[in-house]
Write a protein that binds this ligand. Structure first.
Ligand SMILES: *Cc1c(COP(=O)(O)O)cnc(C)c1O
Length: 489
């Protein structure tokens, strides 16, 4: 062990020794009092859970002696609060003050009003999910959004025959859509993929592994940085079932790089009778140029450029519920639909309702009803004005707040180079360091999720509903009183 590692190990042991035992805590006056109002077992297990949480914080290196002392002083209040709410949902709304619009950990896209209203309308009763109201016979759940998707594509591509040539189906997410397409169209046959596109999308979704699991055979094309059309051309054989194109959604390559355009690749596919499947990912329907983000390809551009099957996420830039949208030429989509695994990726009526509501807003020309579209186009000076208002309204002697310019990211593995000009409230607390303040904000109800930069906690209001601005100011003005750290030294 190095000297540094020994030192860190010794500190960690000291921190663990600062922890009281469950029994010691139960004997303190405050916790003992709780056993009069609550079953003893409940108090014991809440105490145990609270100590476990602190142990894991220590293990993750989150504590210094000072910090731990503050945390321990707060422990009885935490246990009491937990016991005080006999039942609390595990899944709860939070205030996203990170500025990251598509935050996968915070549930990606918030839904728009049309989607929510339709969801509520459908959720509480019965619906014609798989029932044809004209014939009175069994129907297919696909129909509820297929028509809308194809109408949108017809309007945006100018191809008004698209409903005759194409179909659209919905599965659980884009990962499932990609897997299912490979499985249904290429099992036991070759799929051509550029080495520059053998990527990990996030959450363990790796293109080579998905391909392997689907039963398709990966045929690598070109090199990591350069793949040319002729590389694909030379690799096509009677064994080739598909050409897979993966959108570089969560990374960018610069320098000595090259790959054929989607149009050229699609032309090659058509000349050689090999279908092109694009894992498009973002589902973008509303171009981002108006938000100052150039060259992020739209979902319908993939269609215009001649892709035969396209897979996209419902809850990224499209701004709808989690789902995977598959659009493509009838012959291929029918084949995917017939595959036995299609049934295992089937989505619920709630997803159809939310997606139908979202697509209806686009079709009505009201894309700015979609929260993701609205948040992307919020002007920076409006965010700054709100930050100044909230900062000015914080009534606290210990918190100092300053409004600073920041650059936000879209998140969710989309447009990694795009930067959104925004503003944030930078907070310092006289009593707590930035990590402890961040934790105190998470303890609020609803919890406030923020980030740390240069030892300050930043609240980027781009992703905060203006109706929550006054709550933020109030919560910051009334943070629980912690003992001053110096008092524990
Ligand atoms: C995000 C993404 C996926 C995964 O989408 P999920 O809906 O989260 O399963 C797949 N491919 C690309 C290109 C993506 O950007």
């Amino acid at each position: 062990m190095t000297v540094d590692a020994e030192h860190a190990e010794r500190i960690m042991q000291e921190l663990y020794r600062m922890l009281p035992s469950v029994n010691e805590l139960l004997l303190t006056e405050r916790i003992a009092r709780l056993t009069q109002a609550h079953p003893r077992d409940a108090v014991v297990s809440a105490t145990r859970r609270a100590l476990e949480a602190i142990r894991s914080e220590i293990a993750q290196g989150e504590h210094s002696h000072k910090m731990l002392a503050i945390r321990l002083a707060d422990l009885p209040a935490g246990i009491e609060a937990e016991l005080g709410s006999p039942f609390r949902f595990s899944l709860r709304p939070v205030i996203n003050a990170t500025g990251v619009i598509l935050h996968t950990n915070l549930g990606r896209a918030p839904l728009g009003t049309r989607a929510i209203e339709h969801l509520v309308e459908v959720a509480g009763g019965y619906s014609n999910l798989e029932f044809d109201l004209d014939s009175g016979d069994r129907g297919k759940r696909d129909v509820h959004v297929e028509r809308l998707i194809l109408s949108l594509l017809a309007a945006q591509t100018g191809n008004h025959h698209i409903a005759e040539t194409h179909r659209a189906i919905i599965v659980n997410n884009c990962a499932a859509a990609t897997f299912l397409t490979l499985h249904a169209l290429a099992k036991g046959k070759e799929v051509l993929v550029s080495r520059g596109e053998l990527v990990e999308i996030g959450g363990g979704f790796r293109i080579p592994e998905i391909l392997l699991a689907s039963g398709a055979l990966l045929k690598e094309i070109g090199t990591t940085n350069r793949t040319r059309l002729v590389d694909y051309e030379k690799a096509i054989s009677p064994e080739t079932a598909l050409i897979l194109r993966v959108h570089h959604s969560n990374f960018s390559m610069e320098g000595f790089v090259e790959r054929p355009s989607l149009r050229d690749l699609a032309e090659l596919g058509h000349r050689s009778s090999v279908p092109i499947f694009e894992d498009q990912g973002t589902g973008l329907l509303h171009p981002l140029e108006t938000c100052g983000i150039p060259a992020e390809p739209t979902f319908y551009a993939s269609c215009t450029l001649g892709c035969d099957v396209i897979a996209a996420s419902g809850d990224k830039l499209l701004g709808g519920p989690q789902c995977g949208i598959l659009v493509g030429r009838k012959q291929y989509v029918n084949q995917i639909r017939k595959n036995a695994l299609f049934r295992t990726f089937r989505v619920d009526k709630l997803t159809y309702a939310a997606l139908e509501g979202t697509l209806a807003a686009y079709l009505a020309g009201s894309a700015d009803e979609i929260p993701v579209v609205r948040l992307l186009s919020l002007p920076a000076d409006e965010i700054r004005r709100r930050c100044e208002q909230v900062a000015g309204a914080i009534d606290s002697r210990r918190i100092s707040a300053e409004v600073v310019p920041v650059e936000g990211i879209i998140g969710g593995g989309t447009a990694p180079r795009a930067r959104l000009n925004s503003s944030a409230i930078a907070l310092r607390d006289e009593n707590l360091d930035a990590a402890a303040l961040l934790r105190a904000l998470r303890k609020q109800d609803p919890p406030i999720i923020a980030r740390i930069e240069e030892d300050r906690v930043l609240l980027d209001l781009r992703t905060v509903d203006p109706e929550s601005d006054s709550y933020l100011a109030r919560a910051l003005g009334s943070l629980p009183v912690y003992p001053h750290p110096e008092a524990n030294d």
